[in-house]
Write a new protein. Structure first.
Length: 341
């Protein structure tokens, strides 16, 4: 592990062994005498390298192995095979040391004490992590500025709304300034305002050097927080690289919308092979679909402008939601894995 690498996994695999018995009393008795088991590999040979300060979206369909991977990285589970280190520590061998370096947030589970005020829960976590009082005060002030935490401190946890609880849980997860934070659906169930506040906060933490590994189904979380995307399916990584790279690999189609200084006519058609031209909302609007690997937008605009002046333009790029959907459908081709250059 290099000095700037905080997560390093090679061939990380986790296989679960579960009883395979027939239903009913007879099936239970047969299983008692002659037990049978079946194996299920939830994580299958994952290679993962994450540098300090990176924000990585770790996405995949339900049952793909995302949560199992997070449990392996946090030390909750021991891998069946492969190697894993977080901040130079093997998580399952030294859970206490690993816990000092990481923060964990699960969207549906709170680490705050249900019947205590938020300030009391945070004070308990301060003592557990042995945070100096001055540093603790600085962190609370930072969270208040970024998350509006101050108004939540006197409130009993069970009386918080979901959005308020998520803000308080974020403060709890990052109170001890962990090097790595694992976030599982951090904005699930939040309204638009609370969701944006959480995303802004996470970006700020990343700028300050905190490493984020985010598992989510929320496309907005991926686009606004992360620079890198890792797609997992069936326990295997099918893509690992910059978000722009997966867009370029899976969804090369772009649509150029032009506003012209004169009505469009067939005489203005630049006849670029492979493009698809369609009329817009008025005679002075036209849309051109093209493969950006074949043509640049500037090339198409220049070809149109040579025939009729262009007043305005807009380019529609594929959304990350469409990219991920197409990746799940197997349109990535050969897997692209490993840390991006």
């Amino acid at each position: 592990m290099t000095p700037t690498t905080v997560i390093e996994a090679r061939g990380l695999t986790k296989t679960f062994r579960t009883p395979d018995k027939q239903p009913g009393l007879a099936g239970s008795l047969r299983h008692l005498v002659r037990p049978r088991h079946r194996s299920h590999t939830a994580v299958n040979g994952i290679d993962l390298t994450v540098a300090a300060g990176e924000a990585v979206a770790y996405v995949g369909p339900n049952g793909a192995g995302k949560s199992t991977t997070v449990k392996l990285l946090t030390g909750i589970l021991q891998p069946t095979s492969g190697q894993v280190e977080v901040c130079g520590i093997v998580p399952h061998r030294n859970r206490f040391a690993n816990a000092r370096n990481i923060g964990v947030l699960f969207g549906q589970r709170s680490q705050l004490w249900w019947d205590l005020q938020v300030r009391d829960s945070l004070a308990l976590l301060r003592d557990i992590h042995r945070i100096p009082q001055r540093r603790y005060a600085e962190r609370i002030a930072e969270f208040d500025a970024l998350l509006g935490l101050g108004e939540l401190l006197p409130v009993v946890t069970r009386r918080l709304s979901l959005g308020q609880r998520m803000r308080a849980d974020l403060a709890a997860a990052l109170l001890h300034s962990p090097s790595v934070v694992f976030l599982d659906e951090p904005t699930i169930g939040l309204d638009i305002i609370a969701r944006q506040a959480v995303r802004d906060f996470l970006r700020a933490q990343c700028r300050n050097g905190t490493t984020l590994l985010l598992t989510t189904h929320d496309i907005g979380d991926i686009e606004q927080v992360c620079q890198r995307l890792m797609i997992i399916d069936g326990g295997r990584a099918i893509f690992d690289g910059p978000i722009d790279a997966v867009r370029a690999q899976v969804a090369r189609q772009r649509t150029l919308h032009l506003t012209l200084d004169a009505d469009w006519s067939a005489a203005h058609d630049p006849h670029l092979p492979g493009t698809r031209l369609s009329p817009g909302t008025s005679p002075r609007h036209v849309s051109i679909a093209f493969d950006h690997a074949t043509y640049g937008a500037g090339e198409i605009v220049a070809a149109i402008a040579a025939r009729v002046p262009v007043v305005d333009l807009r380019i529609d790029e594929p959304s990350i939601e469409d990219v991920v959907r197409r990746a799940y459908a197997g349109e990535l081709g050969q897997p692209t894995v490993g840390r991006p250059a």
